[in-house]
Ligand binder design. Structure first.
Ligand code: PMP
Length: 404
């Protein structure tokens, strides 16, 4: 079962103090802390295996290549992709979405074509489509939501037209915590013959994701949000789609043969991986996925669900409290405002109590606009957070509100 003190002991940073207070880290939506096994894997590989991958005949290069490709297999298994050809390593969700917007846009979209996104997208699932719109004259359609922070499925249906080429939506909102019904949304898109990209940045750390069960055509996530290192991410794509797409960047690794006249491209997934990959990070990401698999994604989800419910219930008791995002299906994020206290003031004062929360627009300005607010205070939970930490958060918020 879930032994929280044993779990916490795996994360050395949780022992540190800030301003003389025990650190209460509630900014997991931005990035997560790393277990010892992840950092140890990085140190170990630099000290004993380090060599560039894929090109070397020598022992170290082969060993590094084996670790790197074993990492790809771990990712494949984690999200249940059919083959490792479908796992493209990127720098993170942002790069995964940019890669797809560029390659899919080049091959399949022209002036007047449409992409459907939603009101609650992170900027990284808005701006790449706007860049494509500027380049190619495509249009962006937006699924609206209700005041609880749930997408309106009837409106979604109505957005499809003959020009719809792609749907790109977030699995879990980084502001509202809403878990979107992506399986149903994918089914609807497929009924119109339209493929779907899912931004899984806030889903993969919290719920078990099976890309075949979802029938997602593309799925993006970041290593650093799932207890892995920074600088590594994944774009999953169905092989039949990835095969049809042109390369993203040119360089080493992604080619088969090069003459000055003509280049032929490497097979999947290497076609999309120009240059030296972050092979240290891929091994470490695999250790992070091993770690969460070891705890059990279902246990993590249950633990975090309980924390989220408890936090919402306790925070609601505070006078002037406004919870932002009360979807029926909700993951480990609680956004709020109290009276007219500016989120920045709340965040700064909580910080002095050792409580790390995020404040501001959370890279979702169009969502803030829809809600008619400038920003929120956001507490986002990870697998190591506790009920006692939430009690401290609630006491902190009460204390700050009493000061105003
Ligand atoms: N999408 C969502 C929903 C996110 O929460 C984030 C990170 N805040 C991103 C995309 C971007 O992830 P990254 O910065 O790791 O590329």
């Amino acid at each position: 079962m879930y032994d929280i003190s044993k779990v916490r002991a795996d994360f050395p940073i949780l022992e540190r103090k800030v301003y003389g207070k025990p650190l209460i880290y509630l900014d997991n939506g931005a990035t997560t802390q790393k277990p010892r096994s992840v950092v140890d894997a990085m140190v170990e590989e630099y000290y004993s295996v380090n060599a560039n991958v894929h090109r070397g005949v020598h022992f170290l290069s082969q060993q590094a290549t084996e670790l790197h490709e074993a990492g790809r297999e771990t990712v494949r298994n984690f999200i249940n992709a059919r083959t490792t050809n479908e796992i493209v390593f990127t720098r993170g969700t942002t790069e995964s979405i940019n890669l797809l917007a560029f390659c899919f846009g080049e091959e399949f979209m022209s002036e007047g074509d449409e992409v459907i996104i939603s009101t609650m997208e992170h900027h990284s699932n808005i701006v790449p489509w706007q860049l494509l719109a500027a380049r190619k004259g495509i249009a962006i359609k937006v699924i609206p939501m209700n005041d609880r922070g749930e997408l309106l499925m009837d409106e979604y249906e109505r957005l499809f037209s003959k020009r719809t080429k792609l749907v790109s939506v977030t699995h879990v909102s980084n502001v509202l915590g809403t878990v979107n019904p992506v399986k149903e949304m994918i089914e609807k898109a497929h009924a119109h013959g339209v493929p779907v990209l899912i931004d899984g940045a806030q889903a993969v750390p919290h719920i078990a994701v099976d890309v075949q069960d979802l029938d997602a055509d593309f799925y993006a996530f970041s290593g650093h949000k799932v207890y892995g290192p920074t600088g590594i991410g994944v774009l999953y794509g169905k092989e039949e789609w990835l095969d049809l797409l042109p390369p993203y960047q040119g360089g080493g690794e992604m080619i088969q043969t090069v003459t000055f006249e003509k280049t032929t491209f490497n097979e999947l997934p290497f076609k999309f991986e120009a240059g030296t990959p972050d092979y240290i990070a891929t091994t470490a990401l695999a250790r992070a996925l091993d770690y969460v698999t070891g705890l059990g994604m279902n246990h993590i989800a249950a633990h975090e669900h309980e924390l989220t419910q408890y936090a919402m219930q306790r925070l609601r008791e505070i006078p002037g409290m406004r919870l932002i995002g009360e979807a029926e299906q909700k993951s480990s994020v609680v956004s709020f405002l109290v009276g007219n206290i500016h989120p920045f003031d709340m965040g700064t004062l909580l910080d002095r109590l050792g409580i790390a929360v995020r404040t501001g627009h959370h890279c979702a300005q169009p969502l803030m606009h829809r809600l008619g607010i400038e920003g929120t205070v956001r507490a986002s939970f990870g697998l190591y957070n506790t009920r006692e930490e939430i009690d401290t958060l609630v006491a902190g918020v009460e204390r700050v509100s009493n000061m105003f």
